[in-house]
Design a protein around this ligand. Structure first.
Ligand code: ADP
Length: 265
């Protein structure tokens, strides 16, 4: 994705999303006094130093800040993939920190979708099987039409029978996006989802994320360093050295770039 501050034109019609089961409402996410340290004593790294943040149901939030400011750590703690050192995370009424690993994994599978920098695709499975994997793990019937629809929405129609290893990095990232969207999660966590994509494909993915929020009420939290990507969000929160330092509502790429002040992110 380009880091230019040009504001992208939104499509006249938002793309329609895959239909796998009935729509489900988004989830309100809340982190309170979230702290995460690595190591101990004088060598300890304090990645999060007391973050309080709410991600409203049916909202799209971008998390920005310099490298090492704690963005990925925040996302992983809120997504229930990492346990904070202290503080709490709620998904709706459920405090996820108190859950067993098994229950937390179940909750992640049933309610959340993930798109990370490392695509985490299974090399021995076909693209289609990768897209359907979370649903299969959750014990759901696989809807092949919806899988094909999810793939064509990310521009990979007709590639379902291939193995991920035959695809470029950007195409693998799109498979990861299709996999996350297929199950119609209530909440979507994305860490640099457009980092490996060319501009057009990146915009296409961002429109899909945006459409999920508008059409299905999904809650979307995305880490990005790109002001154009962040301008698709309703709100941008900025982290610096493990604390939230700014909260921009209805941002445009130019205001985001101003806030970043040219700092390398
Ligand atoms: P960002 O996503 O903003 O680049 P991170 O959340 O990845 O920042 O990291 C925040 C801080 O925590 C950094 O100083 C990083 O080196 C440190 N950190 C992250 N993960 C680990 C880890 N597993 N072990 C030790 N330090 C870590």
């Amino acid at each position: 994705m380009s880091t230019s501050t040009e504001v992208p034109a939104l499509p006249p019609h938002a793309p329609s999303l895959p239909l796998q089961g009935p729509p489900r409402s988004g989830l309100r996410l809340r982190a309170e006094d979230l702290r995460r340290s690595y190591g101990c004593g004088r060598d300890a790294v304090h990645a999060l130093r007391g973050v309080d943040v709410v991600f409203a149901e049916a909202s799209f939030t971008a998390v920005m800040g310099p490298s090492g400011s704690g963005k990925s750590t925040l996302l992983q703690c809120v997504a229930g993939m990492d346990r904070p050192t202290s503080g709490t995370v709620h998904w709706g009424p459920t405090e996820i920190n108190g859950l067993s690993e098994r229950r937390l994994a179940q909750l992640r599978r049933s309610d959340a979708g993930f798109v990370f920098q490392s695509y985490n695709l299974m090399p021995a499975m076909t693209v289609e099987q990768n897209v359907a994997l979370p649903a299969r793990l959750a014990g759901e019937r696989v809807d092949r039409t919806a899988v094909a629809q999810a793939l064509s929405q990310v521009g990979l129609g007709g590639r379902g029978k291939e193995r991920p290893g035959r695809l470029s990095g950007g195409q693998q990232q799109r498979v990861a996006v299709a996999r996350a969207l297929y199950a119609r999660p209530r909440v979507l966590f994305a860490d640099e989802p457009t980092g490996a994509l060319d501009r057009e494909t990146g915009l296409r993915v961002l429109r899909l994320l945006r459409a999920g929020v508008e059409q299905e009420g999904r809650t979307c939290v995305m880490v990005t360093h790109d002001p154009v990507a962040a301008s698709f969000a309703d709100r941008v929160v900025f982290l610096s050295d493990g604390v939230l330092v700014e909260d921009l509502v209805r941002p445009c790429a130019a205001s985001i770039a101003r806030q970043l002040g040219g700092a390398a992110c």
